[in-house]
Design a protein around this ligand. Structure first.
Ligand SMILES: C[S@@+](CC[C@H](N)C(=O)[O-])C[C@H]1O[C@@H](n2cnc3c(N)ncnc32)[C@H](O)[C@@H]1O
Length: 317
């Protein structure tokens, strides 16, 4: 499969991570390796990059696209929330006792263009007939079809509302329940048909199916829990001065990142009424982006996907 993906906010990522010769990096969502290639270029001649992705196809693409960097690119098909185990293994294998320090970690969340292309067959896109799978990687058991055919109406409504920010979440959940009494929903076109019974597509600039597909993908891959679990782990593997940069495309993800950085940038988390600190929390982050960094007009023109990108960066203290 031809793997294409234009990295978003590339200049801004490079500005904040500021890769220097021989520094080491982690790209937790390597995808087609657009960001990784630019980082490795600047970390010449000996800096290494560990690139993780849940998707075996992305790892294959990254391996291809980072060939010229040889052993400086270490690619692992793994969830970024398992960063500690990955680093341990790599230290044992490549580092033979030397201390491997990372200057920065990047997460570029969401889907790559390759995953939504018609050549991918996992049902991320509603534009072609595909099986409703939506798993990033084979280790996940839950599929979108499983959710649609077996989850209770209230749960369907919840994920459409929370993860899809869909205003007709309840109506669509109801319609799915009615549809599945007659037949199982296994293909993208069936789901599009159900949604079109609620929405008349002609009247909308963005296809109303977009939000429902997004909600299912987030639920299948447990993306929000995963991010919540991973942020402290990622921060913990950075030395003082190391930077953690996260690009998100969904308001809930962006809020998680913002809250995490804000919490870690505070010394005490006790309720204001308490006369003395009992939590013992010490700040471990300096926030480098007071407001999220968003794409310039020119990037949005060239790459519409960048429109909803929000970059936040924190520096470990
Ligand atoms: C937007 S793409 C990254 C694109 C990449 N920055 C580039 O320049 O090509 C997001 C990637 O993150 C991967 N992904 C999503 N959740 C993940 C997770 N928990 N752990 C590792 N990879 C993940 C997806 O499979 C996808 O390939």
């Amino acid at each position: 499969m031809a793997y294409f993906h234009q990295p978003v906010l590339l200049n801004e990522v490079l500005q904040y991570l500021d890769p220097q010769p021989n520094q080491n990096f982690i790209d937790g969502t390597v995808g087609g390796a657009g960001h990784s290639a630019a980082i490795l270029e600047r970390a010449k001649p000996d800096g290494i990059l560990i690139g993780l992705d849940r998707d075996p196809k992305a790892i294959e693409a990254a391996r291809n696209n980072l060939k010229k960097f040889g052993s400086r690119a270490i690619l692992v098909q793994e969830n970024y929330s398992n960063i500690n185990q990955v680093i341990e293994k790599i230290k044992n294998k490549y580092d033979a006792g030397r201390s491997l320090q990372f200057s920065a970690i990047l997460l570029d969340l969401g889907l790559s263009s390759a995953q939504v292309s018609s050549e991918d067959e996992r049902g991320f896109s509603f534009k072609t007939k595909q099986v409703l799978d939506m798993r990033f990687g084979p280790e996940t058991e839950l599929t979108a079809a499983e959710i649609l055919n077996h989850w209770p109406e209230a749960e369907l409504k919840r994920i459409f509302k929370e993860y899809g920010e869909e205003r007709h979440a309840g109506l669509i959940a109801r319609q799915i329940i009615l549809y599945r009494k007659e037949q199982l929903i296994n293909f993208t076109e069936q789901l599009v048909e159900v949604i079109s019974q609620i929405y008349d597509r002609e009247h909308y600039k963005t296809n109303p199916a977009t939000k429902i597909f997004q909600a299912l993908r987030i639920a299948v891959n447990d993306e929000l829990n995963n991010l919540t679990l991973a942020l402290p782990k990622l921060l913990s593997v950075l030395p003082a001065g190391g930077r953690l940069a996260v690009i998100s495309f969904h308001s809930l993800e962006d809020r998680l990142v913002k809250n995490f950085f804000q919490t870690e940038a505070k010394d005490c988390l006790c309720a204001k009424e308490l006369p003395i600190c009992v939590c013992g929390h010490h700040k471990s982050v300096k926030i480098l982006t007071k407001k999220p960094i968003t794409a310039q007009a020119e990037e949005i023109r060239n790459n519409p996907r960048s429109r909803s990108a929000h970059l936040r960066v924190g520096q470990k203290l």
